[in-house]
Design a protein around this ligand. Structure first.
Ligand code: AMP
Length: 210
């Protein structure tokens, strides 16, 4: 199963991609997680990406395309994948299609999680991410006491989950990523999923539609 998951920041892409990845036993590839790890390591890629990630802008296409070509071509993805955070604009989507064609890989579906803008702002402001397993929680929920209930890792607030940066990320999403829904609808690949409800309800909606 070769899948892409789209949606505004805070729509629940990461959480749902993890659940779908576990369900089908396919790797979850999150470009945001990869970039944050590279930034933490202080790698060359991390150094190039940090100012874009922390200010809520897109990392330049050239850098992302190089990174994704390596990932899509590697053996980990040969039995399927769910990609979260890529493509992020039409240029990336077109390049992605041509790389998949070259490798003889067919995209099965593109899941688009749709959530009201006010709800995503609220979710992003309260979001905490496990620094180890990358699971996502709400500051107010789960009685987690600052530690991940799944693995015990420290729960952290992402630097870009903050006031002005959230606003910029949503603007970037509307202008650059939003048009991808139409791009994939025209290819007959898009499934729109109502992203309101519990994590389990949304996972079930996605699984039923696949
Ligand atoms: P995310 O975790 O998907 O919300 O991504 C966090 C940040 O990483 C974004 O705001 C961008 O700065 C950067 N990023 C992630 N994926 C991409 C991409 N495909 N193209 C450009 N920038 C990206």
């Amino acid at each position: 199963m070769n899948l892409v998951i789209l949606g505004a920041p805070g729509a629940g892409k990461g959480t749902q991609a993890k659940a779908i990845s576990e369900n089908f036993d396919i790797p979850h590839i999150s470009t945001g997680d990869i970039l944050r790890d590279e930034i933490k390591k202080g790698s060359e890629l991390g150094k190039k990406a940090v100012r874009f990630v922390e200010s809520g802008k897109l990392v330049p296409d050239k850098i992302i395309i190089k990174m994704m070509k390596k990932i899509i071509g590697n053996s980990r993805t040969k039995d399927g994948f769910i990609i979260d955070g890529f493509p992020r604009n039409l240029k990336q989507a077109k390049m992605f299609s041509s790389v998949l064609d070259q490798l003889g890989i067919k995209l099965d579906k593109v899941i688009n999680i749709v959530v009201d803008k006010n709800e995503v702002i609220e979710r992003l402001s309260n979001r905490r991410t496990c620094s180890v397993c990358k699971s996502i929680f709400s500051e107010n929920g789960n009685g987690h006491d600052g530690r991940c209930p799944k693995c015990g890792g420290e729960l952290v607030k992402r630097k870009d989950d903050d006031g002005e940066v959230i606003k910029r990320r949503l603007e970037v999403y509307e202008e650059e990523t939003g048009p991808l829904a139409e791009f994939y609808a025209e290819k007959g690949l898009l499934i729109n999923i109502n992203g309101s409800g519990t994590k389990k309800e949304i996972t079930e909606r996605i699984l039923e539609s696949l």
